[in-house]
Design a protein around this ligand. Structure first.
Ligand code: ADQ
Length: 555
């Protein structure tokens, strides 16, 4: 195991982004002075933001709750993707935070609870920093929990497993007119990988009591494998993506096996009631079981699985505080200068480059808007940040080409050399690199065709401390259930989406502030720590955790 010099790449040099290069971290007095200044700024911001921030559940609250609910039971988080990747660069090993909602949300939970996180190691320097059991402490420079990496055969990982999860389950659950590929060898690879995850979880746990938090559709069979060897384990699955209706699910050849896998869990969580209801309906159609509609539970072969909703949210306080620090405003100005935006109004999209996110639909709507409102040309700039995703799948390759072509066409029609109508940024940005874009944007457009929740919508709201932004939101996101003060428009309706963007750009400032204030209340009222605390609380209330203090025992 080799000691890397850690550095998280930062787009906006000079901002206070986290830097873990050991050469830079150190003893210098200026460093201490800088930290003191930062702490004082944060205190001032905390006071300025008042109850919006101080009433929120914190990482410490979650840590206390976890101890109280779980006693000496160990928490294990398992997900396909790792929260941090170690990559080789000419200047040494760098640590990159994985993009995507699950990784960013669960990282906060793992930090607070000190859970062990099991995920597959996929980056080129991942092995170099781990011990012989695949373990490494993270995050670098502020180690709070253990990441245990699982090494899968490249062929299983690259071809079968990814293709099954992302080429079959993903389109099956999202229902966005992309046909799922049902290929038997890929299904077998999925089974095999789930077995391997179960092995890794069990070896990490030893004989201790434990609560296993399985994350997402990659691990749909893991609970059966765990249950066979450790019937006493408490197992929770959180399904981060939509659950389809039973008609669509009927087309899936291995539907019974997948449902059996999920029913080996004690608790299955979804973001919204609609998906939870779809799940109950599907079980009722496919398996002989007793559905308890009163308690929202399923009984099958003597065991009970509860189904609950836990709408996920980011760490809103963290985002609000970051957005109100001077570096965020400076970063926003830098972006304005670098992209030569002048005094243009800014429309922003931030997504993984995924066909479910409605990026071509968004660009088409913006084009429609500029076509019909010449007065907006040159006075509005669209920034689309789209991090490449699943690049080995043909659907994603053709999406990338489509987005580039639409961007080029739009710029040919309505942009000029020094004022493009749309800026396409295809990079993965760190948390602190993203914040200035949120601060800068007058309008954020989230136009997903279907989305379990969509964290970008909530992150934008959390960053709009000055109430100076408007959100255009697709009704097909889980977030639309909570953020009803967003301007909602269907991404399938180009004219309606164009009109919504136009309306957001011209919203009266008082109305814009009123809507944003209402949405900020929603986002502040529920953050990632509440999400995790409620799951742990239910695991205890429903008597799922062995080794935990009995309900009513002092905490
Ligand atoms: P995702 O489909 O990945 O998540 P989303 O919820 O929007 O979608 O989360 C994306 C996350 O990645 C956000 O935290 C965002 O800041 C970050 N991100 C996006 N583009 C980025 C970029 N270019 N650089 C850096 N970071 C970027 C899945 C489900 C969602 C569900 C989440 C959480 O599909 O429906 O909300 O899990 O459960």
């Amino acid at each position: 195991m080799m000691a890397p010099s850690y550095r998280i790449p930062n787009l906006l040099s000079g901002t206070a982004g986290p830097s873990y290069n050991s050469k830079l971290m150190g003893t210098a007095k200026t460093d201490v002075a800088r930290r003191v200044r930062q702490a004082l700024t944060r205190m001032a911001n905390r006071q300025a933001l008042g109850s919006e921030v101080s009433d929120q559940t914190t990482s410490d609250d979650l840590a206390r709750a976890a101890r109280g609910y779980l006693g000496d039971a160990q928490i294990l988080i398992a997900s396909n993707r790792e929260p941090y990747q170690h990559v080789q660069t000419p200047s040494g090993i760098e640590v990159v935070r994985s993009p995507g909602g699950l990784a960013s949300a669960l990282d906060s939970v793992a930090r607070a609870t000190g859970a062990t996180w099991i995920a597959q190691g996929a980056a080129d320097a991942d092995r170099l920093v781990c011990d012989e059991e695949g373990r490494v402490r993270v995050p670098p420079g502020n180690e709070r929990y253990t990441l245990k990496r699982l090494w899968l055969e490249p062929e299983t990982r690259a071809l079968e497993y990814r293709r099954f999860c992302n080429g079959c389950l993903w389109p099956l659950c999202h229902i966005v007119y992309v046909r799922p590929h049902f290929v038997a060898p890929r299904w077998r690879a999925y089974q095999e990988v789930n077995e391997q995850f179960a092995e890794a979880i069990l070896s990490s746990l030893g004989a201790r009591p434990g609560l296993v938090l399985l994350q997402d559709y990659h691990l749909g069979l893991c609970a059966s494998a765990l249950r066979a060897r450790r019937p006493d384990l408490s197992i929770v699955m959180f399904w981060h993506i939509p659950w389809p209706n039973r008609e669509v699910f009927r087309t899936f050849p291995w539907r019974r096996e997948l449902l059996e896998g999920l029913l080996a869990c004690d608790l299955v969580g979804f973001h919204i009631q609609y998906h939870a209801t779809n799940f109950l309906d599907t079980v009722a159609q496919e398996l002989e079981s007793h559905i308890d509609h009163e308690r929202f539970a399923i009984r099958r072969r003597g065991r009970k699985t509860f189904v609950r909703t836990y709408p996920i949210s980011p760490d809103a306080a963290e985002i609000s505080l970051a957005a109100s620090e001077p570096w965020a405003a400076r970063g926003a100005e830098q972006v304005r200068e670098q992209l030569r935006l002048g005094d243009a109004q800014v429309v922003l999209g931030v997504d993984r480059l995924d066909y479910t996110k409605g990026i071509p639909e968004r660009i088409a709507a913006y084009e429609h808007l500029l076509e019909n409102h010449p007065e907006l040309r040159g006075r509005v700039a669209f920034i689309q940040i789209a991090v490449p995703s699943r690049v080995d799948l043909p659907e994603y390759q053709s999406l990338a080409v489509t987005v580039e072509e639409l961007t080029a066409r739009l710029n040919r029609r309505f942009g000029s050399a020094d004022r493009p109508a749309i800026h396409l940024i295809t990079r993965n940005l760190g948390f602190r690199d993203l914040i200035p874009y949120y601060v800068l944007a007058d309008v954020a457009v989230v136009s997903a065709l279907h989305d379990g929740m969509n964290l970008v919508a909530k992150e934008y709201v959390a960053a709009k401390v000055q109430l100076d932004g408007a959100l255009v939101l697709s009704p097909f996101t889980g977030a639309a259930r909570e953020l009803d003060q967003a301007i909602q428009a269907s991404p399938y309706d180009t004219e309606a989406l164009a009109a919504a963007i136009g309306r957001a750009l011209t919203l009266d400032p008082a109305e814009r502030a009123r809507r944003m204030r209402a949405m900020r209340e929603v986002v502040a009222g529920q953050n990632i720590y509440d999400w995790a605390r409620k799951i742990l609380r239910d695991a205890r209330r429903l008597h799922l955790v062995s080794g935990a203090p009995r309900p009513g025992a002092s905490r």
